[in-house]
Ligand binder design. Sequence first.
Ligand code: NAP
Length: 247
Amino acid sequence: MGLVSGKVALVTGGAQGIGEAISMTLAKEGAAVAILDVNLEKAQETAVNIKKLGVDSEAFKCDVSNVADVETTVEKVVDRFKKIDILVNNAGITRDNLLIRMSEQEWDLVIAINLKGTFNFTQKVGRIMMKQRSGSIINISSVIGLMGNAGQTNYAATKAGVIGITKSVAKELGSRNVRVNAICPGYIQTAMTDKLSEEVKAKMIELIPAKKMGLPQDVANAALFLASDLSAYTTGETIRVDGGMAM
Ligand code: NAP
């Protein structure tokens, strides 16, 4: 028996990076996983890899910022898997620029995907979990939401906002046995950070007490804890997975 055997998980942005690692980790511990992403081809590859582990999985194309898309996709997931026990709001992007140069488009797009996307899924799936009288919602925030970062005003606003959503919804849904927690990853090796220059990477690593980048698996291990009954009495919490970066 795995830690989440028999449960159904929905992971947004699950095609690659941290979302893929979370999907694979939950699957290895027995959960069926619905992989949602704008990149359907990559999401399907992840679903195939999960099925090889002997658990059910299917990929769905979905843009988390589009309310109608979210509504129909959640319906499709429930039709297919009959319930949703674990929601991981992971899809996220960056559009970095200094505040004085930041365009309205750069601001709006990051808010729409990182913040409104989290609201969209939390509301639609939260309703289902309330009726079920059980569920675990895991929001992927960032240490940038705790510390701020020059060049990331838009991103920091969304990631701080995700912590606000986490605590508010944890208070609203606590009595219905629905737990809501956030993870703040630090500097993790994925496509999102691959695009940074070697100079920026070296500077970031200097700031981390552990003196190294984290791996998607490090974040997935925290997500497994929050998804499973090991964290049955934990809600409204924010867990840093950052090698000590933001303490
Ligand atoms: P990633 O490798 O870029 O993966 C993100 C996935 O989300 C991609 O498959 C992306 O598809 C998808 N996506 C983008 N926009 C979407 C949308 N509107 N609807 C649905 N899916 C969408 O990023 P990651 O590094 O794994 O990051 C995952 C989460 O962790 C994000 O919320 C990020 O902010 C957070 N985080 C990451 C780090 C880090 O160091 N990597 C640190 C702290 C927090 P496309 O590639 O096709 O756009």
